[in-house]
Structure formats: structure tokens, C-alpha cells
Design a protein around this ligand. Structure first.
Ligand code: IMP
Length: 184
């Protein structure tokens, strides 16, 4: 199959599969929280597209919150350094909170975030990630909703970036090795 982008070696998850899976996740979340309201916490920047599509498939009273956390900087390996760049605007005490992540790699970022938000006494705290790389997990993090399991390769597209590029690709794929030449 022809690559849909000159920098992409191969597509891992095509656009229609992403959209179908997100609709399923939204339906599942709607059923699980029936009769309740929900605070969706988007982890910026990577989860912005996922959050935008997911929330439109959740048929509940929903608040949207955004949090920015640094993890990789400009490299493709986890630094383990987690820093809050932007905190929530609203209090989450006694609220049902669902963290919306783009990808769980080592799990360091998510485990930090879960621990942090738990100290704010939400009524419930769950995690929804579009992608997970189970072979890369270094921390045990409970993932309540997962869109796709990926191999332990660096992926871009649909919010996932390399040097802050490629987030706008509507599919998830693997870059050509030449794109990393100065980073590995
Ligand atoms: P972790 O702390 O190693 O789990 O990394 C989580 C964060 O690293 C994610 O929220 C992404 O921003 C970034 N990340 C991890 N794997 C990838 C990848 O394959 N492509 C792009 N970003 C990634």
C-alpha cells in the first residue's frame, strides 16, 4: 500500500479504525457512568484530538479540563522527568474524573498523574488511553479503557508527535528511520 505521507514508512492504525474504536470507547464510557456526570481531563498536547473526538461520543453531562505535562521534550525515549506545565482550572473533589491520554509508554507520566489527582479526592478516578505499549511499561498503571495496543516502536500521528510535528496526521504510523537520524 502506498504511504499516505512522504515521511511515513508504514501506517499502524488507519483513520477509519481510529474513529470506529473511539466511537466504541465513547459508548462504553456512556454505559459505565450512566446517571452520573464526568470530568474529562485531557493530557496535553498529545491527547487533544482523541479528547475532541471521544467527548462527542459520550452521552453524559461532561466537563472538559486540560492539563499539560512534560515528558519527552524533543527525544523519542522517556526521560522519566515529569513536570506540570498547566494544571486543572477546576476542583475535582467528589467528581468522577476520567484521564484522557494519547499513549502509555513507560507509564511514568500516567502513574505520576494518577497519584497527583488522587490526592485531590475525586469520587472516582479512571484512565482512558488511545494507545498503550504493554511491552514498554515500567510502572504498573491500571488502564480502564484502551483503544489500541501498539508494538514498542515510536509512533506519530493523531496527536502523537515527533519534535512537535505530525500531530495533525489523521492516522497513526511509523516514521521513516531517516527522520530520526540526528536523534538516535
Ligand atoms: P511515558 O511516561 O513513557 O508513558 O510516556 C507518555 C508520553 O510520552 C505520552 O503521553 C506521549 O506524549 C509520549 N510518547 C510515548 N510514546 C510515544 C510515541 O510512540 N510517540 C509519540 N509520543 C510518545
Amino acid at each position: 500500500m502506498k504511504s499516505p505521507h512522504p515521511d511515513i514508512e508504514r501506517v499502524l492504525i488507519p483513520t477509519h479504525e481510529i474513529q470506529t474504536r473511539i466511537a466504541q470507547l465513547g459508548k462504553q464510557i456512556t454505559q459505565d457512568y450512566k446517571g452520573e456526570s464526568l470530568v474529562l481531563v485531557c493530557v496535553l498536547k498529545g491527547a487533544f484530538l482523541f479528547m475532541a473526538d471521544l467527548c462527542r461520543h459520550i452521552d453524559l453531562p461532561v466537563n472538559t479540563e486540560f492539563m499539560a505535562i512534560s515528558s519527552y521534550g524533543h527525544a523519542t525515549k522517556s526521560s522519566g522527568v515529569v513536570r506540570i506545565l498547566k494544571d486543572l482550572n477546576e476542583c475535582i473533589e467528589d467528581r468522577n474524573v476520567l484521564i484522557v491520554e494519547d499513549i502509555v509508554d513507560t507509564g511514568l507520566t500516567l502513574s505520576y498523574l494518577v497519584d497527583l489527582l488522587a490526592t485531590r479526592h475525586p469520587r472516582s478516578l479512571k484512565v482512558c488511553t488511545l494507545c498503550s505499549k504493554p511491552q514498554c511499561h515500567q510502572r504498573e498503571v491500571k488502564i480502564d479503557y484502551c483503544g489500541f495496543e501498539l508494538p514498542s516502536e515510536f509512533a506519530v500521528g493523531y496527536g502523537l508527535d515527533f519534535k512537535d510535528f505530525y500531530r495533525n496526521l489523521p492516522f497513526i504510523g511509523i516514521l521513516k528511520p531517516i527522520m530520526y537520524e540526528n536523534d538516535l
